[in-house]
Design a protein around this ligand. Structure first.
Ligand code: 10E
Ligand code: SF4
Length: 316
């Protein structure tokens, strides 16, 4: 029987960003340097496949530092940690490596600098997300006010409306954040913002790429995990930009083939923490059912790379 024709629009850039690449390398190199087990506080990046692969190599994933022994190295995840975490590791004289993405660390520094200049900080982010907890945790408890929506901006109670600054999570929706920033400027005309916006290059590029494939396709599949904020934003961007069926899939086995019946084209992308291997698995699953033509839609070329910390580059 002949297979139906299907065009796959592959968004580019997609998948691993420089911060994720570096964080995974840090865990692998730490195991190489110190042997197993190496502890990792929180999923190094939000992807089960990545976490399971590193666990097989000797990583032990925990949520809190108190689950780690004093005498084994520990890595802090790419999302960043509150100041109290390295402080506690220092107190316990632990060996640790911070895999916080340099672009998240940049936001941490920004928040501290504004606070030192006497400004009260507002963070635009998702409550409970580890990056938000980490960034807010650069300052003492209660010092950073969190806003998640335009409605929150109307309700937030500040000390002095003329002494304010804001930072954001790096993986937010570019378009939704514009609305929240506009609301902040409207209510607090003297608020200080980041020099260059905090939403990172990888988030911006992946959302732009989705905007260009979504209107062409009958469906959009985003390869990524349910706890991956940037991946979930890609689904929303697709849905808001002309794709009626936009879904997150962790692996090929999660594709709902019934829902895709009758389609002629599918756009595929992947969150910043999703390995390309899983994208290829999804493409192969389509090939078994359809006569597939792949069309790459590239909206940017990325060349960003981050070095791993010096301690891992030194030979023992
Ligand atoms: O949930 P997030 O999108 O923040 O994390 P992720 O692990 O899915 O992707 C990498 C993004 C990081 C580390 C936050 N800037
Ligand atoms: Fe860094 Fe951006 Fe990747 Fe987060 S999504 S790890 S901030 S490059």
């Amino acid at each position: 029987m002949t297979k139906p024709a299907l065009t796959l629009y592959l968004a580019a850039p997609r998948g691993f960003c420089a911060g994720v690449d570096r964080a995974i390398k840090i865990v692998e190199m730490a195991i190489g340097k110190w042997g197993a087990p190496v502890y990792v506080r929180h999923e190094i990046v939000h992807n089960k496949f990545v976490v399971d692969s590193l666990r097989d190599k000797g990583a032990v994933f925990v949520e809190e530092l108190n689950e780690c022994p004093d005498d084994r190295p520990v890595i802090f995840s790419a999302h960043g940690v509150p100041k109290s975490v390295p402080a506690e590791a220092d107190r316990r004289e632990m060996v640790y490596v911070d895999a916080t993405c340099p672009l998240v660390s940049k936001v941490h520094i920004e928040a501290q600098r504004h606070a030192e200049a006497g400004l009260q900080m507002i963070m635009i982010g998702h409550k409970g997300h580890p990056e938000t907890i980490g960034t807010m945790g650069q300052l003492p408890d209660g010092e950073v006010l969190l806003v998640e929506t335009v409605e929150d901006v109307a309700k937030v109670e500040v000390r002095n409306p003329d002494q304010l600054a804001y930072v954001t999570q790096t993986t937010l929706s570019v378009d939704d954040t514009k609305g929240i920033v506009a609301a902040l400027h409207q209510r607090f005309p003297n608020i200080t913002g980041p020099h260059k916006e905090d939403i990172c290059y990888a988030t911006t590029n992946r959302q732009e790429a989705v905007k260009s494939v979504a209107p062409k396709a009958d469906a959009l599949l985003v390869v990524g995990a349910p706890n991956s904020s940037n991946s979930r934003r890609l689904v929303e961007v697709g849905a808001k930009n002309g794709c009626d069926y936009a879904q997150l899939v962790q692996r090929a086995e999660n594709i709902d083939w019934r829902a895709l019946e009758g389609i002629r084209s599918v756009a595929i992308t992947a969150g910043a923490s999703a390995p390309e291997l899983l994208v290829n698995e999804v493409i192969d699953a389509f090939r078994t059912r359809y006569d597939v033509t792949v069309e790459v839609v590239e909206t940017a070329v990325e060349t960003v790379e981050f070095k791993v910390p010096k301690v891992l580059r030194e030979t023992a």
